[in-house]
Design a protein around this ligand. Structure first.
Ligand code: BJW
Ligand code: ZN
Length: 248
């Protein structure tokens, strides 16, 4: 299933960096970003809801979209692809996981020291004073909920918003710098389940100029042509098979 050359490269690898995107969680039942528009939300364009302008225009609409997605995420379980990355980390001297995902499923699978580039949907933060609430630890019911607007911060009365990075907003500076440095120094760079359309994350494989770049995706993407190896298929199937083949 995998070429002997690929297996040898991975066996020799000293520093692996993995960048994941929404496709990694698809087999957990979490819709990918561009598919997050089913049912009630079919008429909305995700790219237009994930912006500060949308929240300003219609805070309750954006709040409700995220509440709906948060429920899906909290009910989902990590899949075989998430667990395979936990295994991979145990076999490689230097392993780093960078994710664009906001669902926290890598953490729940047991991956450690994850670099989150786009925040986390299970946290909310005050849009003004940044007071943050982790909704995996505290229930939303503890806030005053209204039918017409998002909950308001107890200390400054501004709205809470999801603690994620919207289009037009800067990524967390330290996380991005660390991700760029890791990409520059690694010998193998995986890009898994991402359409490679959203910057600056999509540029990370370009920083990995000393590395063998391996893509795992169901479809061809903007990166496929430049990748050294493009493994086409579901990450929940390919990753466990690859880890077993190389380190099993
Ligand atoms: C499977 C699978 C299976 C399915 N197995 N695979 C340079 C050039 C052009 C534009 C820009 C640029 N620099 C910045 C910009 C603007 C913008 C941008 O990139 N726009 C592009 C769309 C053109 N970037 C930004 O605004 C960023 N901020 C920034 O750069 O600030 C400075 C600045 C501002 C303004 C101008 C210039 C500079 C912020 C980006 C924040 C992204 N946030 C989101 C929302 C997070 C919260 C939420 O979830 O609601 O993050 S957008 C969305 O995209 C989300 C994702 O993390 C991110 C990436 O998506 P991903 O993961 O790739 O998912 P999909 O759905 O696109 O693809 C899924 C893939 O999985 C597909 O390929 C499937 O085939 C595959 N798949 N099942 C394997 N089982
Ligand atoms: Zn506040």
């Amino acid at each position: 299933m995998f070429s002997a050359k690929l297996i040898e490269i991975l066996k020799q690898a000293r520093q692996i960096v993995v960048l994941t995107g929404a496709g990694t969680s698809a087999e957990s039942g979490v819709p990918t970003f561009r598919d997050a528009q089913t049912g009630l939300w079919a008429h909305y364009n995700p790219a237009e809801l994930a912006s500060p302008e949308a929240f300003k225009r219609n805070p309750k609409l954006v709040w409700d979209w995220y509440s709906w997605r948060r429920e899906t995420v909290l009910a989902a379980q990590p899949n075989a692809g998430h667990y395979a990355l936990v295994q991979m980390a145990r076999h490689v001297p230097n392993f780093h996981l960078i994710t664009q995902n906001v669902d926290g499923l890598h953490q729940r699978a047991g991956s450690e020291q994850i670099i989150e580039l786009h925040g986390n949907i299970t946290r909310i933060r005050c849009e003004h004073c940044s007071h943050t609430i982790d909704l995996t630890k505290q229930n939303l019911d503890s806030l005053t909920l209204s039918d017409t607007e998002p909950p308001r911060c107890a200390s400054c009365n501004h709205y809470y918003r999801p603690d994620v990075v919207w289009f037009g907003e800067n990524l967390p500076v330290q996380a991005l710098q660390q991700a760029e440095q890791l990409a520059q120094s690694c010998d193998v760079f995986f890009s898994i389940g991402t359409s490679s359309q959203v910057y600056p994350a999509a540029a990370l494989p370009l920083y990995a100029n000393k590395a063998v770049v391996i893509e795992i995706n169901r479809e061809k993407t903007a990166l496929t042509q430049q990748a050294d190896f493009a493994l086409q298929g579901a990450s929940g199937e390919i990753l466990p098979a690859l880890v077993e083949c190389v380190w099993g």
